[in-house]
Design a protein around this ligand. Structure first.
Ligand SMILES: [Zn+2]
Length: 77
């Protein structure tokens, strides 16, 4: 399973690969992670797909990769 530090390090790294993200999983249950990207393409929110008490964190990536566009979401208010 992935650690919180690994998840943060991967998502804040320049050129974070989609394959790297897909290989990571929830530190608590081992399930898939859900990524939401702010319309500014810098801020992100990642959480366990089944339970936010497992993992849920915000971060920022100044060099977000192209594949993040597929994860753009509203609701950032
Ligand atoms: Zn989980």
């Amino acid at each position: 399973m992935s650690t919180h530090d690994e998840i943060r390090a991967t998502l804040t790294s320049e050129g974070c690969a989609e394959e790297q993200f897909d290989e990571m999983n929830c530190p608590t249950c081992g399930g898939p992670l859900t990524l939401s990207v702010h319309p500014d393409m810098r801020q992100f929110f990642v959480r366990c797909a089944s339970d936010t008490t497992h993992v849920a964190m915000h971060g920022e990536n100044a060099a977000a990769p192209e594949w993040w566009k597929a994860h753009l979401s509203g609701g950032w208010y």
